[in-house]
Each structure stands twice: as structure tokens, then as C-alpha cells.
Ligand binder design. Structure first.
Ligand SMILES: O=C(O)CCC(=O)C(=O)O
Ligand SMILES: [Fe+2]
Length: 223
């Protein structure tokens, strides 16, 4: 196991020094970059490592507060980060666990590739096609607005839907079409500013995608 982990860290270091070729997706205050960052064999190894080692939150930390009521989140979640970091969203505060060696080297890789420093990663695990995340923006006040949020996906491919804030619901003032991305195993998605100020995103349930999916979002929390 040890040597395998060293190997994985070496692989991340090698990828750090490459130049990513990503596809730009833009629209009205939408700025995304998408592509494959981890070759399939590496993505398989990372997925396996995470499945074997990561313990997700239990108890109170598996709930969110919406309009004062607590709801169990329809997925599993855990966060890692620099010492003492916390992140508050949807009425809950999650404490970061200390970095593992592999997650820290993945964080460093993401930093090298994007030119931004990340101090926190939120990991979401979708156990099956029913698990999902509802429409939201990642625009909490303790997130550094100038840093892209970097999302790495592993396992089951799922659709990721982005909706313009002024094109949602009954009182919409614009009719901008949603953007749909199939997030592949080993892919990276950069949500660049100001995307998260304007656009909402979700990962809806999908019956035809029953496998486990793990998503890591690297974030910069203002300290
Ligand atoms: O699972 C994903 O691709 C997105 C997760 C997400 O939006 C979040 O954690 O804020
Ligand atoms: Fe999000």
C-alpha cells in the first residue's frame, strides 16, 4: 500500500508539470474550463484509494438546514483542509479533517495546474443514481471570490446542470438556456469567477447512472 501511495503522489507531481488542455465554456457571466486531468488508470487508482480510506461524516454533519428545518443530505460528505478550517453552507458548519498525504498532493497538483492556492476540499459521494445535490451557488462569504472552484470527478459519470440566476423559476427576467455537462471519470471542471455569483448548479438524480460517484471541490477559504 505504502509504495502504491508514493507512486500516486509521484504521478500527481508529474501531472502538475504538464500543461492542461481544457475546453472553455462561456456565456453570460459564465466561465468554465473542462477536460480530463487524470488518465483512466490513475483515476481508477484514486477512486479505489478514496473508497478504501475516506470516512464520511456521520450524525449531525449529515444534515442541512433549509428554511429552519433539518434535512438529511441525499449523499455522503466530508471535508479536509488546513488546520482549524471550517466551512459554513446551507446552515451547517463542517470542520475540515487534516489532509492525508494523497489528498494534500492532489491539492498541490490542482494548485500548480491552476496557479491558485487551495486550503480546503469538500468531498461528495453519490452512493447511487438517487443521490444528488440540489440547485445552489457556491458563493458563501468565506470563499475567496477570485479563486476558481476546482471540481474533480471520479467514478460514475453524471450530468451537471448550470442555470443562470435570472433564468430560474416563475419570475425569470431572462431566458438563457441551462448548460449541461457530463462529468467524466478523471475530469476537471474549473468554475471561474464570476460564474458562482450568477449561475446555480446541481447534480440531479439519474436512474440510468446507478454507480458510485465521488466529487472533490477544491476551494480557497479566506482566513
Ligand atoms: O458533485 C458535484 O459535481 C458538485 C458538488 C457541488 O456542487 C458542491 O459540493 O458544492
Ligand atoms: Fe456546488
Amino acid at each position: 500500500m505504502e509504495t502504491k501511495l508514493d507512486e500516486l503522489q509521484q504521478t500527481f507531481l508529474k501531472i502538475s508539470k504538464t500543461k492542461l488542455s481544457l475546453t472553455k465554456i462561456s456565456g453570460d457571466r459564465l466561465d468554465l474550463d473542462y477536460g480530463i486531468v487524470l488518465p483512466k488508470t490513475v483515476a481508477n487508482q484514486v477512486f479505489k484509494y478514496l473508497e478504501e480510506t475516506i470516512e464520511y461524516y456521520q450524525g449531525e454533519l449529515t444534515q442541512v438546514r433549509i428554511f429552519g428545518k433539518f434535512h438529511k443530505i441525499p449523499r455522503q460528505q466530508v471535508a479536509f483542509g488546513d488546520d482549524g478550517l471550517k466551512y459554513t453552507f446551507s446552515g451547517v458548519t463542517v470542520p475540515a479533517k487534516p489532509w492525508t498525504n494523497v489528498l494534500e498532493s492532489l491539492r498541490n497538483m490542482v494548485g500548480c495546474l491552476t496557479g491558485h492556492h487551495y486550503n480546503f476540499v469538500l468531498i461528495n459521494r453519490y452512493r447511487n443514481g438517487k443521490d444528488h445535490i440540489g440547485e445552489h451557488r457556491d458563493a458563501e462569504k468565506d470563499l475567496d471570490r477570485n479563486s476558481p472552484i476546482v471540481s474533480i470527478s471520479l467514478g460514475q459519470q453524471r450530468n451537471f446542470i448550470l442555470k443562470h440566476g435570472e433564468s430560474r423559476g416563475k419570475n425569470k427576467s431572462k431566458s438563457i438556456r441551462p448548460v449541461k455537462l457530463a462529468l467524466e471519470h478523471g475530469s476537471i471542471l474549473l468554475m471561474n469567477p464570476p460564474t458562482n455569483e450568477i449561475w446555480y448548479h446541481s447534480l440531479p438524480p439519474c436512474k440510468t447512472a446507478p454507480g458510485v460517484r465521488i466529487n472533490l471541490t477544491f476551494r480557497k477559504i479566506i482566513v
